[in-house]
Design a protein around this ligand. Sequence first.
Ligand code: SAM
Length: 352
Amino acid sequence: MTAGAPSHFYVTCVGGLEGVVAEEISQRTPSATVTALAFGRVHFVYAGPVAQLLTLRTIEHLHAHIAVLETVRPERAWLSELQAALAATDLQPALELMQQVRELPAKPSFRVTPIRHGQHEFTSPEIGAAAGAGIVERYGWPVDLEGYDLDIRVEVRDAVAAVGLRLSEEALHRRSRVVHMRASLNPTVAAAMVRLSEPEPGETVLDPMTGAGTLITERYQHDPQVRLIASDLYAEKLALAAENFATLAVPARLLRSDARALPLRTGAADKVLCNLPWGRIVANPRLNRRLYPPVLTEIARVVRPGGIVVLLTSERRLLEQSLSRLAELRLARQLHLHVGGLQPTLYVARRL
Ligand SMILES: C[S@@+](CC[C@H](N)C(=O)[O-])C[C@H]1O[C@@H](n2cnc3c(N)ncnc32)[C@H](O)[C@@H]1O
């Protein structure tokens, strides 16, 4: 580990997962100290190698923190303050962090990725233009929207703007699959579900509605000492899972079965991870009303007493009603997420 003054980083994540992300940062990089949580963002300080941070699984992107501006005004005139602030900002510390993971030319090209939430007179592209002008003023770097070396992220949320340099190259949510289906789960959410299941070596983990197998893959990648059962009703979904498992060398047992009547003995699984049909792409609300109660009853049967069940759906009422009828499953935690314009809820329940 490189000793030295700690640097300030932040990661972006699916909104609602900030607490789980903060837990992962604290556990996986004990020398990091989480300093603040904001919607979809976790800030922390850390003095170790950047490469270690790129192994975090619940995050979307890693950024070197550059500045926080806490005096954003809604008027268009604020844009010239943003430009001036960027022109006055030393980007060298952030570049040094990036050079730990990637070589940079002497005069790197850059783009600004603007993000805006709240009521402002200006638009996101105007934020990008103003921030970009400030950087050109100070460094004279060329702007290149496609082939950029540096991606400077400027997120304006109401009266606060956070500026960072993206250190992660690929979106970290594009892993764990080579083929996917339309309802496939974001792997960072799958990784959060794995963490919430309190994984232990040697346990048996079941996904009774596995689709392309994202949850099972994430569970394996968390710790390969695990017995995995991936089940789905449809052969074409299992074929996707099989292809992903073969490519990523995930040794899961594939089962074609109805989640309402699993060919597994009572108490066979230590953990159940399941992304149920949300009634939009897979199934519909009417089908779900007939599906959820028997699926939950079956999950409660196959998970052993003391085991943990982690479920994801946007059908909140239906899931909560179905759960409340089952005395054996006690709800321990709920997280409301924001994923791609939808707001599913993540449920953690313990089998009594
Ligand atoms: C929301 S998708 C799961 C997506 C998966 N987590 C992924 O990342 O690809 C729900 C899955 O439930 C499966 N399914 C629907 N009804 C089922 C049933 N009665 N028994 C088992 N699987 C079922 C669908 O085939 C679909 O693959």
